[in-house]
Design a protein around this ligand. Sequence first.
Ligand code: SF4
Length: 382
Amino acid sequence: MDRIHSLYLHIPFCTWVCKYCDFNAYAVLEGLIPPYVGALRHEIDIAGGELPIGPLETVFIGGGTPSLLTATQVRQVMERVRAIGLASSAEVTLEANPSNITGQAVEGWLAAGINRLSIGVQSLQPDALRFLERLHSGTDAIAAIRTARTGGFANVSADLLYGVPGVGLDTWLDTLQSVLDEGVQHLSAYELTVESGTRLGQEVRTGLVQMPDADDQLEQYWAAAARLEAAGYAHYEISNWAQPGYACRHNLAAWNYQPYLGVGAGAHSMFRRADGSTERLWNVKGPHVYIKQASEGGHAVDGNETLSAERARGEAAMIGVRLLEGTIAAREFPGQRQQLVGAGLLMESDGHVRLTRRGVELANQVGAAFLVEAAATQQGKG
Ligand code: SF4
């Protein structure tokens, strides 16, 4: 099996489940975090003994709200990560909610080995934060970024949401500018999408909420892209911008279709076997059942699938094409590539296939086209 250099740890707890969220997240269940941390530690230990892991170049503690863990709990988890092989130059990210970022927490996270903080700002505008059911204020979010930076984090990212009902272009750009003024090294801007199983999904279905139309969302997206590029941030993935040298290495590994281990409730893993096949595994989603299984046996796998070589190549192209510098993975699909170039969605340069501006707007369809060609090739062989 190929060695694994990336580790994702999922913390499924939040203080409150926001109405637009369809991540594997649960309102924090009293008393569940300590056994969860114990289960996580055991799963990491067992994986370290069974899999070719390390040195880990990237670790990402995501959620949910990982900043609900105490600094001691983060340190306990990181001890086990270090025990299975952590590179000294590894990027170690913790996702944090502004409400949890205090000087003391920052000190504890740094001491535990976290060196990148990804802060869920989402918005600074009071109405938008209320709409999104975020528990922090804009002032809290700015203070959190300052606390992280002055406390010693040299690599800080902020997540923002655009396309929020009631937030016009100017307000959105003001929010973006205020965050950039704080000197974050990295910024992710995601469109507020309506997922059917969420409360927002229901509100949109029943007409209680009207989402901005697609043109308005695109206007906000491209205006943000222009503002970010003017401020010296490279647009390296559809939703991600970074100052030079600060692209998220963990996500780059995923977009380059590198194997990774995921631990925690609902976490996915992807391994590449010695015969070249690709295997995907996923853990049980619920925290209670995860704790029981991972604590007892060190495993909590709920399912797995082996991908055909064609399917894996299709996925690599689908994911890789999100990188704005392009991907060589798409070269393996000459049929779709030509069609998409012809349709003005892709362009080719230096052996890489890259999205055009229109391609960025229709990236999901572009990616899906590679999967369709992969399936057709597979059928032809079968
Ligand atoms: S804080 Fe993040 S993960 Fe938690 S419910 Fe809100 S959007 Fe979902």
